[in-house]
Design a protein around this ligand. Structure first.
Ligand code: 2AM
Length: 175
């Protein structure tokens, strides 16, 4: 079987997706960048790159053994990375549970040969892509909170000119 482009991530509840999409439309002009589709909004925990089936299977087995409590995410920060052309939403203070989960998944990925960026983990949800020109960011003061009861493994698939994210498996966090 061929390799797949994989990443572990947190998906957003449907209501949160809808709220963010409305806020984004009110906050950023159309020319600011390419909006990420509501159903594709996610927070990446660990990017794995192109992965062989055996490695994917091993990482899924390890993921299934993770025993961590769920946590609340508070989205109250926004930023612009002009080089990759990304406008993002994040947290001023990332919850400990999020950092622990990401660090465990990233360590397991690295041990299985999936290169991990040496840059520190900066949890974010990409709202706009191709945002290479200066963008006016919203003033602080906005915030959304939602509970994270699970995490998932996604495959990033490119066909007919667009990228789709397919959920391969999900694992619950302790309630
Ligand atoms: P991004 O949203 O900041 O682009 C699928 O591509 C997910 O993995 C995206 O959330 C992307 O982050 C993230 N990712 C992290 N490192 C990546 C890399 N080196 N190449 C592509 N995507 C990466």
């Amino acid at each position: 079987m061929a390799t797949q482009r994989l990443f572990f991530a947190i998906s957003l509840p449907d209501a949160m997706q809808q709220q963010l999409v409305r806020w984004r439309a009110d906050t950023f002009p159309a020319e600011a960048g390419q909006p990420v589709a509501a159903a594709s909004l996610h927070l990446t925990l660990a990017f794995l790159g192109e992965v062989a089936p055996e490695t994917s299977q091993r990482l899924q087995t390890l993921a299934s053994r993770i025993d961590q409590p769920g946590f609340d995410l508070e989205l109250d920060d926004a930023g612009h990375w002009p080089r990759p052309g990304v406008v993002w939403l994040g947290c001023q203070r990332a919850p400990r549970g999020l950092l622990q989960l990401a660090s465990l998944l990233r360590a397991q990925a690295a041990r299985h040969g999936c290169h991990q960026s040496p840059q520190p983990f900066h949890p974010h949800i990409t709202l706009l892509r191709q945002a290479t020109q200066p963008v006016a960011l919203p003033p602080r003061g906005f915030h959304w909170r939602f509970h994270v009861p699970a995490f998932s493994l996604f495959a990033s698939e490119y066909s007919r000119g667009r990228t789709r994210y397919r959920t391969l498996a999900s694992w619950p966090l302790r309630s």
